[in-house]
Design a protein around this ligand. Structure first.
Ligand code: MOS
Length: 697
């Protein structure tokens, strides 16, 4: 289709507004008479607040309100278990109990942000500290199975014991913080008994329910608006203290209140990726055929809120092996709340599995790409259903060709470039594809102009642009004549941005609305004011087929022969994610995911002080993320595809695919460069150096 609009690499339609500063993010909403709230956070991880000395602070300049558990309005209590974690009540300052370090213990509201912060800093809080459980390894005896979700096929123990070639390795992955560019922020204002909250969230519908239920309000009296969002990555799936406290304080003071989390606060007050300890066991024939595959994960959960990262989910589908075992265990620690972060499950599961596959390839003396080709399944090995599409083989072959994989030396430590030992590594990418129920409203202004309304968000991914493309193509209109409006809770209900399901779910609902409108136009109805609601539901094809997006990563790194410093030199990912809705935004997303994978391999870690239950490197000077100099040459290539089982558009999610496996490719390249195998992420130079010294000594 030469004139297809869907798929074209269009620039973001909101790009101009963003660079001109006209796109208002939550904290940019400066309404009249605005007051500023600053959150005071707990200085202990577990215990009780004994006293809060508010008298002195109330007298400080500009202070309007000091809210603590002693005077906070009654809210709906948090349920012990909720069906939808992100839509449940999030009461704040509900009691004297402290459940984790950095929890909100007070809100100080003042005339200016400076006054609020100064007063918040001066607030004296005393605590009765209780012992807590902070160390994942130490809590292992109390690990439990969160949902009975083990998978077992055949007899893995016997098969492993009979396998001629085996790998049995344990990998650890650290705590990580989402650290999106825009910290969570809220501006709340009341008009009579109606509340409006400008709030940086990925899931507007869930936030709407969460805020209304917490404040015991009828949903129709609450509006949540999230038009522009500076990144989310899972860190804005729930609402936090900023939204609830801004709403409560604004009601109390009868004036609008803004609350913005500081960069330091978000390390504890928002969710994070839990640390994990993973054991992978592989058993193979001499020719590389896998006989047995076991992947057992143990990860952190929070006492305050259960979450089990689905670490082994993609291991259940990636390779053929007749005998299989996957398990997930968690411990409830007195730490901040763990929740989803970009590709929850695959991102850290593949750091282990795909490094173990590299270790197996070496033991077998088989090329790592060959080993994967050898174990390509004919159907999903655990669900026993066909794949909707599966392009792992094409991704591996195309990537190997483009990257020059044939130049890799199987023996580590063979290639030298000045002070750098140079190595190549690869890994597979796999990410589940999902569809969620969604609705879209389309209204025609004329025979050539349309307005689209959904409560979907654009967290920086390009949602505005792809919806304009889908509507334009389906209606036969020009892209610039589509007005896409997102992020208001009063708009049509969608699942929001999460799990890489947003573009496909909302896109399919939008396509449905436009198709209906087009039919009415073609039947001769007058255009003006004509509107339709489109809908989509995941059908049987999500049960009858195993649906994933795929890719293959190839990385070249240098390891400094004297210091063990690792530098990425170049990286390529080749991906298949069904039909691509916008070649430019999809490629950018995949590259962003790959860079985060590099970061998981080499840089990123929230360092936990297990004595106090707090993350100690809570700013961007000490929490290392890649900067320009860390990312010299990264490219993503998308294969042409269409998954007719996924949805009417043929598209699959790309937002999380890029990170899946990327870090393992880097880890494998480090090994190939210098012969040191580090199984404890991130692979920092202190972990490489002892192995390097041993070799040269
Ligand atoms: Mo995603 S980790 O569901 O934003």
């Amino acid at each position: 289709m030469p004139d297809s609009i869907i798929g074209q690499p269009l620039d973001r339609i909101d790009g101009h507004a963003k660079v001109m500063g006209r796109a208002l993010y939550s904290a940019d909403h400066s309404v009249d008479d605005l007051a500023y709230g600053h959150i005071v956070t707990a200085a202990i991880a577990h215990g009780q607040i004994k006293a809060i000395n508010t008298a002195a602070v109330r007298k400080m300049p500009g202070v309007l309100l000091v809210m603590t558990h002693e005077n906070a309005p009654k809210q709906t209590p948090a349920p012990a278990k909720a069906e939808n974690r992100h839509a449940r009540p999030k009461p704040q300052l509900a009691s004297a109990q402290v459940q984790y370090f950095g929890q909100a213990v007070a809100l100080v509201v003042a005339q200016t942000p400076e006054d609020a912060r100064a007063a918040a800093d001066a607030l004296e809080v005393t605590y009765a500290r209780q012992p807590g459980a902070y160390d994942l390894e130490a809590e292992r005896p109390r690990a439990y199975d969160p949902e009975g979700g083990d998978s077992k096929v055949g007899d893995v123990e016997t098969a492993l014991s009979r396998s001629p070639v085996r790998v049995d390795a344990t990998y650890t992955t650290p705590y990580q913080s989402h650290n999106m560019m825009e910290p969570p922020a809220s501006v709340a204002r009341w008009n009579g008994d109606k509340l409006t909250v400008h709030c940086a969230v990925q899931l507007v519908e869930a936030a709407h329910k969460s805020i209304a239920d917490t404040l015991k309000m009828p949903p129709e009296k609450v509006e949540v608006i999230s038009e522009y969002i500076g990144g989310g990555f899972g860190g804005k799936l729930p609402v936090y203290a900023d939204a609830i406290l801004a709403a409560l304080a604004a009601r109390e003071l009868r004036r609008p209140v803004k609350v913005v989390l500081t960069r330091q606060q978000l390390f504890h007050l928002t969710t994070h990726r839990p640390a994990s300890i993973q054991r992978v066991r592989l058993g193979a024939e001499h020719d590389g055929t896998l006989i047995a595959l076991a992947h057992e994960s143990y990860a952190q959960s929070a006492r305050a809120d259960e979450f089990s990262e689905p670490v082994v989910s993609s291991t259940r589908s990636l390779y053929a092996a007749p005998h299989r075992l996957t398990t997930e265990r968690i411990s409830a620690l007195d730490l901040p709340v763990a929740d989803s972060m970009r590709a929850p499950g695959e991102a850290i599961g593949l750091l282990s599995l795909e490094q173990a596959m590299d270790e197996l390839a070496e033991r077998l003396r088989i090329d790592p790409v060959e080993l994967r080709l050898k174990n390509e399944p004919k159907e999903d090995p655990e669900k026993k259903v066909p794949y909707s599409t599966r392009a792992l083989v094409s991704c591996l072959q195309e990537g190997a060709k483009r990257f020059g994989w044939d130049r890799r030396q199987a023996q580590p430590g063979q290639v030298r470039d000045g002070r750098w030992l140079v190595g190549l590594g690869m890994a597979a990418a796999i990410r589940g594809n999902f569809l969620r129920p969604a609705e879209a409203l389309v209204r025609l202004d004329s025979a050539e102009r349309a307005v689209v309304e959904m409560d979907m968000t654009d967290i920086g991914t390009g949602s505005y642009t792809i919806f304009a493309q889908i509507a334009a193509e389906t209606l036969g209109f020009k892209v610039e004549n589509i007005d896409v409006r997102l992020g208001h809770s009063s708009f049509a209900n969608t699942p929001g941005s999460g799990g890489s399901f947003g573009a496909s779910s909302c896109g399919a609902a939008l396509h449905d609305a436009c198709r209906k409108l087009k039919a009415r136009l073609d039947a001769g109805e007058g255009a003006q004011g004509l509107s339709e609601i489109g809908r989509v539901e995941p059908g049987d094809d999500y049960k009858k087929y195993s649906q994933y997006a795929y890719g293959a990563h190839f990385a070249e790194v240098g390891v400094d022969v004297a210091t063990g410093e690792v530098r990425l030199r170049r990286m390529l990912g080749v991906f298949e994610a069904g039909r691509i809705l916008n070649a430019k935004t999809a490629r950018s997303q995949l590259i962003g995911g790959m860079i985060w994978g590099v970061s998981s391999a080499l840089h990123e870690e929230s360092v936990l002080d297990t004595r106090f239950g707090s993350f100690v490197n809570n700013d961007l000077a000490n929490y290392h993320v890649p900067v320009h100099a860390d990312v010299p040459d990264v490219d993503a290539v998308l294969l042409d595809a269409f998954d007719s089982h996924a949805n009417v558009l043929g598209s699959k999610g790309v937002g999380e695919l890029g990170i899946c496996g990327a870090g393992a490719a880097v880890a494998n390249a480090v090994y190939n460069a210098c012969g040191v195998r580090v199984r404890e992420y991130p692979i920092t130079l202190d972990k490489i150096l002892p192995g390097l010294t041993k070799q040269s000594g």
